[in-house]
Write a protein that binds this ligand. Structure first.
Ligand code: NAD
Ligand code: THR
Ligand code: ZN
Ligand code: ZN
Length: 350
């Protein structure tokens, strides 16, 4: 094995990142070293790249970026029992304490002491990477790395879509970014009867159709609420899934969902949102779920089994694949411009 590796590193508290050559790390107590087979860019990586306000308060350069991954274990640190050399793993990104009230009551996804792998520590945009063994998820060998690396965001999408069953239900998805696109394929695989997608970008509406959306709407040019009512016998959709983080989309979705319907909110809003709670939620008797991270480990089992079922349509979502990290700046700029679905790197060129 090489003793040097290439990594995308946030080297300075400023816009961008650098490709660096550094030593391959050694796994410490409770850690494993993986050969990274595939890694994908998350919106959070983009925020770190752009050095937005959130990143400025949270990230401490120099740090290797990235947290979505599939890799092969090549070394295990002291005290690691469940993971062996040769295992093919992905990683849950929330490092939980196991001791707080939420962890003790099975709600690890909202652990009070959560640290995020690749955000609060070095990540996986590298040829080799350290993963805390407690966060490793063993993959069946027949899932290709480019799909296995998507499991973490797929977990967000699964928790959003499947907070309640969608079989035979009409669904509105607002926002067809990478997460919304994953939501579309999960909703279709789970048997939603009609998936309507509201998304202003022409490129992403096209992607949404390729992934399996039944109807796409441009919210900047069409009346979302009217379109949804026309498609649902005037009733509105049974389920509204918010994947955009746009306050206007939230309001339209709440108007478009049928009374006693279900709402899941994943998108993060850039500012406080003001809403007519009485008429949009209370008098409509809606059930509203806030979604964060993934349930440990129930969601990973669901995601893995969905992948193995072959029912997810991921190929149109993976719009960009790069061998090596040489063109990482191009990848980030395309993503910033909204011209991608998921971007996947295969760090080893051979
Ligand atoms: N809660 C969590 O645990 C969690 C985890 C991951 C991501 N997120 C959030 O989920 C959201 C989606 O992530 P992403 O990576 O796909 O983001 P993204 O920014 O790539 O996608 C958002 C999409 O919404 C579209 N949009 C903008 N205004 C709209 C409107 N008025 N109506 C409909 N669509 C509109 C955009 O064109 C874009 O395609 C983000 O807000 C992200 O921060 C939350
Ligand atoms: C780390 C963050 O980007 C991640 N997608 C989450 O689910 O929390
Ligand atoms: Zn992420
Ligand atoms: Zn905890």
């Amino acid at each position: 094995m090489a003793d040097k590796m290439v990594a995308i590193m946030k080297t300075k508290p400023a816009y961008g990142a650098e490709l660096v050559e550094i030593d391959v790390p050694k796994p410490k107590e409770g850690e494993v070293l993986i050969k990274v087979l595939a890694t994908s860019i998350c919106g959070t990586d983009l925020h770190i790249y752009e050095w937005n306000e959130w990143a400025q308060t949270r990230i401490k350069p120099p740090q290797i970026m990235g947290h979505e991954v599939a890799g092969e274990v090549i070394e295990v640190g002291p005290g690691v029992e469940d993971i062996q050399v040769g295992d093919y793993i992905s990683a849950e990104t929330h490092i939980v304490c196991g001791k707080c009230y939420q962890c003790k009551t099975g709600n690890y996804h909202v652990c009070q002491n959560t640290k995020i792998f690749g955000v609060d520590s070095d990540g996986v945009f590298a040829e080799y990477a350290i993963v805390p063994a407690q966060n490793a998820w063993k993959n069946p060998k027949n899932i290709p790395p480019e799909y296995a690396t998507l499991q973490e965001p797929l977990g967000n999408a699964v928790d959003t879509v499947l907070a309640e069953p969608v079989t035979g239900k009409t669904v509105l998805i607002t926002g067809a970014g990478p997460l919304g696109l994953l939501g579309i394929t999960v909703a279709k695989a789970a048997g939603a009867s009609l998936v309507i997608v509201s998304e202003p970008s022409d490129f992403r509406r096209e992607l949404a159709k390729k992934v399996g959306a039944d109807v796409v709407i441009n919210p900047f040019e069409e009346d979302v609420v009217k379109e949804v009512r026309d498609l649902t016998d005037g009733n509105g959709v049974d389920v509204f899934l918010e994947f955009s983080g746009a306050p206007k989309a939230l309001e339209q979705g709440l108007q478009a969902v049928t009374p006693a319907g279900r709402v899941s909110l994943l998108g993060l809003f850039p500012r406080n949102v003001s809403l007519d709670f009485n008429n949009l939620i209370i008098f409509k008797s809606l059930t509203v779920y806030g979604i964060t991270g993934r349930h440990l480990w129930q969601t990973w089992y669901t995601v893995s089994k969905l992948l193995q079922s072959g029912k997810l349509n991921l190929d149109p979502i993976i719009t960009h694949k790069y061998k090596g990290f040489d063109k990482f700046e191009e990848a980030f700029e395309l993503m910033r411009a909204g011209k991608t679905g998921k971007v996947v790197f295969f760090p080893h060129k051979k």
